[in-house]
Design a binder for this molecule. Structure first.
Ligand code: A2P
Length: 275
């Protein structure tokens, strides 16, 4: 069994392919070919977002691939800047229209605060996130989303929702890679049945020249990218590597080796600029 046929099961019973395909920083005009190449390479899980401004291209790639809709898991996100119920509802409608889909498999709140305020905790936007979550809960009830979740949320952002809303997030998509594993939020999610999705599993490319990871990779006859993806999988997360090159897109699926406990510890000990 290869990673391409493995799944996690979300708290509502929906299955999600263990390896996803990232499209952050993939321009709309490139997205159709990138997504089509990924689906041809065997990925069945594509991640996009309203803020990526490539949902039209992602939708085109999905249709061009000829893959039946129910064989692909598609995620999109409500913009971090949209912090009212009405804005969130409109964002979901717009995403589905741009994707030309009647539903997404997963819809996330992109971030707990608008991006320009992400490093400030002056306003936690707790009341606003409850209103946004209400729109996601309604989309879920209406069948516009098969699952709902959050992204870039810290523990207090999540407990705000679980204490005040009916449905707990099924996913938290965070930056997670060798050297930056966000142990507090990762442990919290994993203890509470919230799947951690790992965006930037290659450190947005910054890890590719890391000599310490390179030394581990050599032992397995693997590339640094493959070791990083394998590391994220063995940490129980759902990596979403991004690429626009067919060679990389294919190579990033060839991760059916197992990093030894010792090598996992070595990778745990690596500190990167981002982490
Ligand atoms: P490109 O998009 O030009 O194909 P992350 O997934 O952490 O965001 O990292 C994405 C970056 O890593 C992109 O610059 C991507 O390049 C590059 N990349 C993805 N897969 C590989 C690979 N197997 N080998 C080398 N670079 C890769």
């Amino acid at each position: 069994m290869t990673v391409l046929s493995e799944h996690y099961t979300l708290s509502n019973g929906v299955t999600i392919p263990k390896l996803g395909f990232g499209t952050w920083q993939t321009p709309d005009r490139v997205a159709p070919s990138a997504v089509e190449m990924a689906l041809r390479a065997g990925y069945t899980h594509i991640d996009t977002a309203s803020a990526y401004e490539n949902e039209r291209g992602v939708g085109k790639g999905l249709r061009a691939s000829g893959k039946p809709r129910d064989e692909v898991f598609v995620t999109t996100k409500v913009r971090a800047e949209y912090k009212s119920y009405a804005q969130a509802k409109a964002s979901i409608e717009r995403s589905l229209a741009d994707l030309q889909e009647s539903y997404a498999d997963l819809i996330l709140i992109h971030a707990p605060r608008p991006w320009r305020e992400m490093s400030s905790h002056r306003n936690p936007y707790h009341t606003e996130n409850i209103a946004v979550w209400q729109a996601l809960q309604e989309a879920y009830a209406a069948g516009q989303a098969r699952a709902i979740g959050v992204s870039n949320f810290a523990v207090d952002d999540i407990t705000n929702l679980t204490e005040h809303c009916d449905i707990a997030p099924m996913v938290n998509q965070i930056c997670f890679h060798v050297g930056y594993t966000q142990p507090e939020i990762t442990a919290y999610c994993q203890a509470n049945g919230i799947l951690v999705q790992a965006y930037s599993p290659l450190g947005t490319g910054s890890l590719l020249t890391n000599a310490q990871i390179g030394a581990v990779a050599e032992k397995y006859g693997a590339s640094v990218a493959q070791v990083c993806i394998r590391y994220a999988l063995q940490k129980g997360t759902n990596p979403l590597p991004k690429s626009t090159h067919e060679e990389y897109i294919i190579a990033n699926t060839e991760v059916d080796f197992v990093l030894s406990p010792d090598d996992m510890l070595t990778l745990d000990g690596i500190r990167t600029r981002a982490g």
